[in-house]
Design a protein around this ligand. Structure first.
Ligand code: TYD
Length: 199
């Protein structure tokens, strides 16, 4: 079984991925909790450097790097775990490319082409929160003052990412979960949604 969590920064998708993994492990399941960009593969290392680079890479370059990291992720981690009948939970997957790189202007047919061979998740859960809620969580997490203007810009960006996620969720059949409230509340919603889907 292959479960993916998607959502904007500050949505709580990482927390939810971990809570679901812990829940399944307590029930005796074998679970692989993983994420993109990957943490342990060299492609993820380069991707993170690229994302932080001042020499802003072309959006298609980012899409290709994400796909390269995804290919390593699939071949080294995801596929072997699925073949061993383990449950794979990934924080971000190709849904992120169809949101972020699409917003950067990369055409859908290009994204479709470079992502066409990757295994389809059994379910993709979109942890949805309004941009303001995500921003509050991000500010609560990071200390220091970014300056008001930058905050507004970031809020606008979070809004557009959220809109794109909701649009793609509808097209691709993602399960949309209300990410507001306590982590435990949201976790219960996630479990409920998985049950509704017979998982
Ligand atoms: P990360 O620091 O892991 O952020 P987060 O905590 O939000 O997951 O960096 C991931 C960033 O990479 C995030 O801003 C989204 C972006 N990303 C893409 O643009 N395309 C992709 O295909 C993926 C997987 C991530």
């Amino acid at each position: 079984m292959f479960i993916v969590f998607e959502g904007i920064d500050g949505s709580g998708k990482g927390t939810q991925a971990r809570m679901l993994a812990d829940y399944l492990i307590r029930r005796g399941k074998k679970v692989v909790l993983t994420e993109e960009p990957t943490k342990e593969l060299f492609t993820g290392y380069f991707t993170r450097i690229l994302l932080r680079s001042k020499d802003t890479p072309h959006p298609k370059t980012i899409a290709l790097m994400m796909a390269a990291d995804r290919n390593e992720h699939v071949e080294k981690i995801i596929r072997p775990a699925l073949e061993a009948e383990e449950i794979v939970i990934s924080e971000r997957y190709y849904g992120s490319s169809f949101v972020y790189q699409s917003l950067q202007g990369v055409p859908d047919d290009f994204l479709n082409y470079i992502n066409r061979d990757f295994p389809r998740p059994d379910v993709t859960i979109l942890v949805d929160v309004p941009a303001e809620v995500a921003m509050e969580r991000i500010l609560g997490r990071a200390h220091g003052n970014d300056g008001l203007v930058q905050k507004f810009e970031q809020l606008e960006f979070l809004r557009s990412v959220r809109q794109k996620y909701l649009e793609i969720a509808e097209k691709a059949g993602f399960v949309v979960i209300d990410g507001r409230g306590s982590p435990e509340d949201v976790h219960q919603r996630v479990l409920g949604a998985l049950r509704d889907h017979g998982l």
